[in-house]
Write a protein that binds this ligand. Structure first.
Ligand SMILES: C[S@@+](CC[C@H](N)C(=O)[O-])C[C@H]1O[C@@H](n2cnc3c(N)ncnc32)[C@H](O)[C@@H]1O
Length: 245
């Protein structure tokens, strides 16, 4: 595929991730994928590792795991890939895989269907930006644990930050960012607690809460840029947790 054809096909797709496809082409995703990557603490070398990327969408993190040497990467998703919503579809993942010459595998499967029988076990499981979309968060964490052999990296939105005990907001409607697919906002203590209950032995927050000024500036940015409710963002943040088996 030449650069002109890649540009033409990129323009037809609604992207989530910003993926460098070469030829000076970066997919116009709404997600600042490179900045998220910096917070993850993803091992520099994944040589010889097997990696499962749960909720992979356009596959930025799957392709990054492959680039870091993983011997096998499986990207899974269901909601955005089925194209039934206004979230886009699987064409971004498929086009990026083709242009990058990637061998990342794919499987359409719901988080709650993950099991060793269905997908096998993986050295590293990426669970990025998915937990707060779960109506049954503890069950989802248990499913993730069931297919993790060594390490799960969990990146998630968090809420209820002033509560010191494990607590979780329940979004019955679209009060979090006007998005009815956001179901829960656990606080960091609840994220850590759920991972321990699910069987992870060591759980560490590797990227924690940002200062209040940062959260306020972020809320203002999203209100102006995307029209999101100021307070739903100001009282929430995002964290990254490493959970070891
Ligand atoms: C905010 S995006 C995160 C995408 C990517 N992991 C990242 O961090 O940039 C949430 C992803 O989770 C997927 N998702 C939501 N609910 C799901 C479910 N029940 N089963 C599988 N995937 C789901 C969506 O389709 C979407 O691709």
């Amino acid at each position: 595929m030449d650069a002109q054809e890649i540009r033409r096909r990129v323009a037809e797709i609604r992207w989530h991730h910003s993926i460098d496809l070469g030829h000076g082409i970066i997919t116009p995703g709404q997600d600042n994928s490179s900045r998220k990557l910096q917070r993850l603490g993803l091992p520099e070398s994944l040589i010889g590792k097997t990696v499962l990327d749960v909720g992979a969408w356009d596959g930025f993190f799957s392709f990054e795991a492959e680039r870091r040497g993983a011997k096998r990467v499986l990207a899974t998703d269901s909601y955005s890939w089925n194209g039934a919503h206004d979230w886009g579809d699987k064409r971004g993942f498929e086009l990026a895989r083709k242009v990058l010459g990637s061998k990342v595998e794919d499987q359409d499967i719901d988080v709650l269907e993950l099991s060793p029988e269905r997908v096998g076990g993986f050295d590293l499981v990426l669970f990025l930006g998915v937990l707060y979309h779960m109506k049954h968060p503890l069950l989802a964490v248990e499913r993730v644990a069931s297919v993790t052999r060594e390490l799960a990296i969990v990146e998630t939105a968090v809420d209820m930050l002033s509560c010191r005990r494990p607590a979780m907001a329940f979004y019955a409607a679209d009060e979090m960012a006007g998005d009815a697919t956001n179901w829960c906002g656990p606080n960091p203590q609840a994220v850590i607690g759920m991972l321990k209950v699910a069987g992870f032995k060591r759980v560490e927050m590797v990227a924690g809460l940002r200062p209040l000024w940062f959260r306020l500036a972020r809320a203002l940015y999203f209100k102006r840029k995307r029209g999101f409710g100021f307070w739903s963002f100001a009282r929430s943040d995002r964290i990254v947790v490493h959970a070891w088996k």
